[in-house]
Design a protein around this ligand. Structure first.
Ligand code: SAH
Length: 360
């Protein structure tokens, strides 16, 4: 059981959220993990730019321009081999500082692809940062307001992992939702009051006590909408995240602050809450909507098939004093012990679009 104290400091936005949760729980009982994570991350991202060394965590596009460039190359390639459809739109989900978009758009332009740019972004603090990187952009709170007719090229990096999850735990009384309760002033995990065995896949029902299963209705909803758009309008999608290829037991909820893992219940709204993405379920949801699931690959293998090694060499040749940094960045993105194997990329395309490169 995860017990942590919070609310010791005063005057921070996070304390307000902790206080709101405490009041809510005292008045109406435990809250779901989904609600806790959704509210915490909305608060967390609204108030800051968490990316980079000065922030809380570093992402692939912030490590090297090669990441965004190779994504741009992939998009240009699938667009060309699909017959260069007109009026395509680039849509990035949770674009952070706008770095990936900037690098990808520069690469696409070299191949004659200059799509209109749309960002799905909830944070006004990050929208300000994104405006500087990509001045000509339209923002959306979710996918519902995206253009309804033209082909869409979706990209997301570490977007899905920030969406709220639900957890079920096997208890001596059967499967229960994992909820957030209070013990004195500290948030703790507690088993919900209602039997949830029916919500658990049959093969997991008899698992031993203490087993935890995660799902994310929010990720599923995004995938359903995105795949529906590809099916109706054409286009393609590349979704990068750390995750598993199939359903695993165990909690993957984690909180990161100042580049360190912290207790997920210690400071709601002040640490980044994420969970591993389960790509198997997302692929099945996508395929239920008449799109092509191109595949799910390890990020390192995919980047190598797209030519990251040659790109590293040519950049190093052009700027020899940066050669060591470039090779270190390449290793960080590609090597299995770093981001290369835990991070995956899932590719999708409309049925009238080509299959895309790198997923063999
Ligand atoms: N893709 C960027 C940033 C990853 S951080 C990168 O790789 O550097 C997660 C991003 O998703 C942030 O831009 C955050 O504001 C956004 N985000 C998180 N939850 C969101 C939600 N529910 N709706 C819209 N954007 C969200």
């Amino acid at each position: 059981m995860n017990v942590s104290r919070t609310g010791q400091k005063t005057g921070e936005a996070s304390d307000d959220l902790g206080a709101i949760f405490r009041r809510l729980i005292r008045n109406t009982g435990p809250i779901s993990l989904t609600q806790y994570m959704g509210e915490s991350n909305a608060r967390y991202y609204a108030s800051r730019d968490p990316l980079g060394l000065a922030g809380d965590f570093v992402t692939a596009p912030e490590i090297s321009q090669m990441f965004g460039e190779l994504i741009g190359l992939w998009l240009a390639d699938i667009w060309i081999s699909s017959g260069r459809p007109e009026n395509v739109h680039y849509v990035e989900l949770g674009p952070g500082r706008g770095t990936l978009a900037k690098d990808a758009l520069r690469a696409m332009k070299r191949y004659g692809l200059q799509p209109a740019v749309h960002f799905v972004e909830g944070s006004s603090a990050l929208r300000e940062v994104q405006q500087k990187a990509v001045p000509d952009v339209r923002w959306h709170n979710d996918l519902s307001t995206l253009p309804p007719d033209d082909p869409l090229l979706f990209v997301g990096n570490e977007f899905l992992d920030a969406l709220p999850i639900r957890q079920m735990a096997k208890t001596p009384n059967g499967w229960r939702e994992r909820e957030i309760a209070l013990q004195d002033d500290a948030f703790i995990f507690a088993a919900g009051g209602r039997p949830m065995d029916a919500a658990v896949p049959e093969e997991w029902r008899g698992a031993e006590d203490g087993t935890i299963l995660e799902t994310s209705p929010a990720q599923a909803a995004v995938m359903y909408e995105l795949a529906g758009r590809l099916s109706d309008q054409g286009g393609a999608a590349l979704l990068f995240d750390y995750g598993h290829a199939a359903l695993h037991a165990g909690s993957t909820l984690q909180a990161v602050k100042d580049h360190r893992k912290v207790d997920p219940l210690a400071m709601p709204g002040s640490a980044d809450l994420t969970a591993l993405v389960e790509f198997g379920t997302l692929a099945r949801i996508a395929q239920s909507r008449d799109v092509r699931w191109i595949g799910t690959a390890e990020q390192g293998a995919w980047l190598r098939r797209l030519g990251i090694d040659a790109r590293t060499q040519s950049l190093a040749k052009a700027a020899p004093h940066h050669a060591d940094d470039l090779r270190a960045a390449r290793d960080r993105l590609v090597e299995p012990g770093q981001m290369g194997a835990l991070f995956k990329v899932m590719g999708l395309s409309g049925l009238h679009w080509d299959g895309g490169a790198g997923f063999d």
